[in-house]
Design a protein around this ligand. Structure first.
Ligand code: FAD
Length: 400
């Protein structure tokens, strides 16, 4: 297995880094560099810039308007964006896009695909429910067919950016027959349909990203089913497995490492005692080594062929990426010391451009610490990933 970049990939990395660095608007870069939250307009503006170059949906194949990049080129692109202070990629582009490309009807493809990369349509993901997160198949939001439409009742929760979205792809129960997975349907709905109510949930850092979505007698046309009634679990699993490299969090971890390195330099310049600096500089070095190992694991996943079933799985990437993000965000808080405790959510959330009295940098450390407590939950919890790794390795290859 060759894990080094090919000369072509090296050349691609050099040119894409230069181009991306020149493209990121200064105000967006400043917010990203200060670890502030971005506004919807920031994402729209950046996505329009990428769209002009055909890079708005980096994982899409050329036949659907994507750049047709290899997995390695996508990782290089993502890293270039993170290092240049560009906004993160909007995950839904790589969720609903590939789903419709694979399972959508010609009419669904024609209607929805063009406006996904540009974010003219902003999608949210309605999977989780109050009692159905890890055990997703137990979901209870019900869709009852009445002629040419369904009537949907239930509740979704933790729905990221539902308040920005004009569409939601969601899982609904259409049958109680057989295993719970066999009665689930994948449905598309417009967020302004009567009966849909979005309520904010404010997370630990004071930000409003996630929501509750209430569905009360929501009428959805039958043509909004993807694949077929009661076949939604197939679509749901495809979506969860679709982008194994994206959940690695490599670019995000590199950006936080960059931030931590700058902060360490600043603290040294400000004369913080070497005895205190040694503590976090040791941690920083350990994280740097583990991040390198994580990067190599990701390369192994990318390089793995189908006849190498022992290749590390998406769950390993998720677990290691989560661990790094949690450790990095904790380290930032430690580096801030007592000053890192002060925190102004309104500055971080972009409601005000005022610099907090103790500066954006330390505001970012506290906020990032609070924000990254979520990483062991998002996209499947740490414990669930460990169960999956057990099943894929020990469970498959022998007994303990
Ligand atoms: C910031 C954020 C954004 C999110 N965005 C979205 C979104 O856009 N759309 C969406 O649909 N969902 C979203 N989610 C929901 C996310 O997918 C769920 O939080 C996650 O699947 C866990 O489900 P839960 O919260 O119900 O926890 P639970 O499943 O109730 O788990 C609670 C605890 O029990 C443990 N546990 C559960 N089952 C097992 C088991 N079998 N073995 C061992 N331990 C177990 C878990 O690991 C966890 O520690 C988001 C969550 C967060 C925090």
């Amino acid at each position: 297995m060759n894990l080094s970049l090919s000369p072509a990939d090296v050349a691609f990395r050099e040119s894409i880094r230069t181009e991306i660095a020149a493209l990121v608007p200064a105000d967006i870069k400043a917010r990203v560099d200060n670890l502030q939250h971005l506004r919807k307009e920031d994402f729209l503006r950046w996505q329009a810039i990428l769209d002009e170059r055909g890079w708005a949906a980096p994982a899409w194949p050329a036949e659907y308007g994507g750049p047709g990049w290899s997995p390695m080129q996508r990782v290089i692109f993502e890293e270039a964006c993170f290092l240049a202070g560009a906004p993160r990629q909007i995950p839904h582009v790589n969720m609903i896009g590939p789903v419709l490309q694979t399972f959508g009807t010609p009419e669904q493809k024609r209607r929805y695909l063009p406006d996904i990369p540009t974010l003219r349509d902003w999608w949210c993901q309605g999977y989780s429910e109050p009692s159905s997160g890890s055990d997703l198949a137990s979901l209870r939001t019900r869709a009852v067919r009445q002629g040419d439409h369904y009537v949907v009742n239930g509740q979704k929760i933790w729905t990221t950016w539902a308040h920005w979205a004009n569409y939601m792809f969601c899982l609904v129960r259409t049958s109680d027959q057989g295993r719970p997975q066999e009665g689930i349907t994948f449905l598309l709905m417009e967020m302004d349909t009567p009966g849909i109510t979005v309520r904010p949930i404010h997370s630990l850092d004071g930000a409003h990203d996630v929501n509750e979505v209430f569905l009360e007698d929501v009428v959805v046309p039958v043509e909004n089913v993807v694949l077929a009634e009661n076949q939604g679990w197939t679509v749901a699993k495809f979506l969860l497995n679709a982008e194994r490299t994206e959940i690695a969090g490599l670019g995000q971890a590199k950006r936080l490492l960059q931030f931590a390195t700058r902060l360490a330099e600043r603290l040294a310049a400000e004369g913080v005692a070497a005895s205190r600096r040694n503590v976090f500089e040791n941690t920083l070095t350990r994280i740097r080594i583990d991040l390198k190992a994580h990067e190599w694991t990701l390369m192994r996943v990318i390089a793995a062929t189908e006849n190498d079933p022992r290749a590390p799985s998406a769950s390993v990437l998720k677990l290691c990426g989560t661990d790094l993000l949690e450790r990095l965000s904790t380290l930032l808080m430690d580096m801030g010391g007592p000053a890192g405790l002060a925190y102004d959510p309104s500055s971080r959330g972009g409601e005000t451009d005022e610099t907090p009295p103790y500066g954006h940098v330390l505001n970012g450390t506290a906020a990032t610490y609070l924000e990254f407590r979520k990483s062991g939950l998002v996209g499947g919890t740490t414990e669930i990933q460990k169960n999956l790794i057990y099943r894929e390795t020990v469970g498959q290859w022998g007994t303990r």
